[in-house]
Write a protein that binds this ligand. Structure first.
Ligand code: SF4
Length: 64
């Protein structure tokens, strides 16, 4: 399972980072990207889904 952030859609609201700080990092402007290659450890699967569900720009997807 991998989390993917579409940088074209991200508007830097920072919500995903607040919900899944182990999976997502943000730059100085609040724009998000997946940490490392985006692999989601099983214990963070719920946080990944929360990030997907709460991104107002639909910029986050999960790939299985
Ligand atoms: S919640 Fe969505 S729009 Fe906001 S920083 Fe995260 S990916 Fe970007």
């Amino acid at each position: 399972m991998k989390i993917i952030v579409d940088s074209e859609k991200c508007e830097g609201h920072n919500r995903c980072y607040a919900l899944a700080p182990d999976l997502i990092e943000v730059d100085d402007y609040g724009y998000a990207s997946a940490i490392g290659d985006g692999t989601v450890p099983p214990e963070h699967a719920e946080a990944a889904q929360l990030a997907v569900d709460n991104c107002p720009e639909y910029a986050i997807t999960i790939e299985s």
